[in-house]
Design a protein around this ligand. Structure first.
Ligand code: TRP
Length: 448
């Protein structure tokens, strides 16, 4: 049973949607994952590929998700059913729900670490001592469960009351804070090397693996490939401009990722740290930068607080997808749904929380590979195919044009990207994960 449209929440304004969607997009993906991916994948070359993926794949898929959501006013499963009531396509909707929980289950672990870092810095302001020298398994599980609880409480409040309010005040503060940290980092002796490393592409670093990582990072950072933007688009009214909304979100998100790179890498080089430290990167580098700042302890406490809020507006969007499905399609109450989903998240996430404090973070790496590198690109690919062969790209572009007349002249290019460029590119890059294309090419080229 679908809930009648009048009972579904709606954003109070276009800016409300942009802030909430930007809140979903901007999060640990930009500030934690982007720097460590770039660090592991060779700096400038990765950044360049990332920007190409954002423009060529992210922007088209963003407009597609928002328009399908707004056209159907439904969650991922409902949206697909509204277009094609029977048949296997609805599995794509279920994959979206599973991916939402899957990502949430490890994302909230990192978010918990951010809260722990905030508590740690706050404690130091008052006592001058560190609270936890290294976070053990108990702390990891505790902060993970705490963060999941916070997410549950916000999503229980519903679309407008819960989500919009947060994003409005705190996101701009995060931006200001980042600028201050960047300035401090750039003033460290030797920082210039880090800027060059980040912005000057070295073509020899480009491999299929790096392209897959850049593509996955683009989808992850923009919250694409699992119906989060689709669900947020479903709360958008017919008057609101899909093109502007999507464009702004992509712009903000990319800006914050690049700024995060500028916040981390000059400091990495100036302080003699390793860029490829892995998922721990920001947790090692930032405290060292704060150590160099006047009032650094307070800066650390505020920064990690704001980062936790940015993470919260992202986890909220992950849980909202799951909630929207159970509420719209199964008629569950919002409260029951979010508490049940929160409990499942904590159970599923326990191994990730334990793995995070282990030396090799192996399980954590598997979750990241499964959901971010495989599920998101696959979901985006399938959505493009669904739009091309089932929904119809005409209908999709009419949906966008109806509120953004200036989209008319871009529509043919957009349809070309959704029909041809995105599916072929995503499919090929995903295949390279399973087929050793590098080696085949070398064989064909007569190499060793
Ligand atoms: N984009 C968020 C970030 O960068 C994470 C996120 C929230 C997400 N919702 C999502 C990722 C949906 C993929 C799909 O931190």
């Amino acid at each position: 049973m679908s809930a009648p449209a009048a009972e579904r929440g709606q954003w109070s304004s276009q800016i409300g949607f942009i802030l909430a969607a930007a809140g979903s997009a901007v999060g640990l993906g930009n500030i934690w994952r982007f720097p460590y991916s770039a660090g592991e994948s060779g700096g400038g070359a990765f950044v360049l590929l990332y920007l190409v993926c954002v423009l060529a794949l992210g922007l088209p898929v963003m407009l597609l998700e928002i328009s399908l959501g707004r056209a159907t006013q439904k969650n991922p499963v409902g949206a697909i059913r509204a277009v094609r009531p029977n048949g296997p396509w609805k599995l794509l909707g279920y994959l979206a729900i599973a991916t939402g929980l899957g990502i949430l289950s490890f994302y909230a672990v990192i978010a918990g670490q951010v809260v722990a870092a905030c508590v740690d810095f706050t404690q130091r302001i008052f006592t001058g001592r560190e609270l936890f020298h290294s976070f053990g398994p108990t702390a990891s599980i505790f902060f993970f469960a705490l963060f999941t609880l916070l997410t549950v409480l916000v999503v229980a409040g519903g679309v407008q009351r819960g989500i919009e309010r947060w994003a409005k005040i705190l996101m701009p503060m995060l931006l200001v804070m980042m600028l201050a940290i960047i300035v401090r980092g750039l003033l460290l002796p030797g920082a210039g090397e880090g800027v060059a490393w980040l912005l000057r592409p070295d073509p020899s670093k480009i491999t299929f693996e790096v392209v897959l990582e850049a593509m996955s990072q683009a989808f992850f950072s923009l919250s694409l490939g699992m119906g989060a933007m689709l669900t947020y688009g479903s709360y958008l009214s017919k008057k609101q401009n899909v093109l502007h909304c999507g464009g702004w979100v992509v712009f903000f998100d990319t800006l914050i990722a690049i700024l995060a790179g500028l916040m981390i890498f000059p400091a990495v080089f100036a302080l003699g740290q390793e860029p490829n430290a892995g998922p721990d990167l920001i947790f090692r580098v930032l405290p060292a930068v704060f150590g160099e700042m006047v009032g650094g302890t307070a800066v650390g406490a505020v920064f990690f607080f704001l980062l936790a809020v940015a993470a919260l507006t992202s986890t909220v969007s992950l849980l909202e997808v799951v909630a929207a499905y159970f509420i719209d399609e199964r008629g569950w109450s919002r409260t029951a749904t979010v508490w049940a989903a929160g409990a499942v998240t904590v159970l599923v996430g326990l191994p990730s929380a334990l793995s995070w404090v282990s030396a090799d973070k192996e399980f954590f790496g598997w979750m990241d590979l499964l959901w971010v590198n495989l599920s998101l690109p696959f979901g985006a690919l399938m959505l493009c195919l669904f739009a091309t062969f089932v929904w119809g790209l005409r209908k999709a572009s009419d949906e966008i044009t109806s509120s953004s007349p200036e989209f008319r002249w871009m529509a043919p290019t957009w349809r070309f990207f959704v029909r041809v460029v995105c599916p072929i590119f995503i499919a090929l890059i995903l295949l390279t994960r399973f087929v050793p294309v590098d080696r085949l090419l070398r064989l064909l080229g007569g190499g060793t």
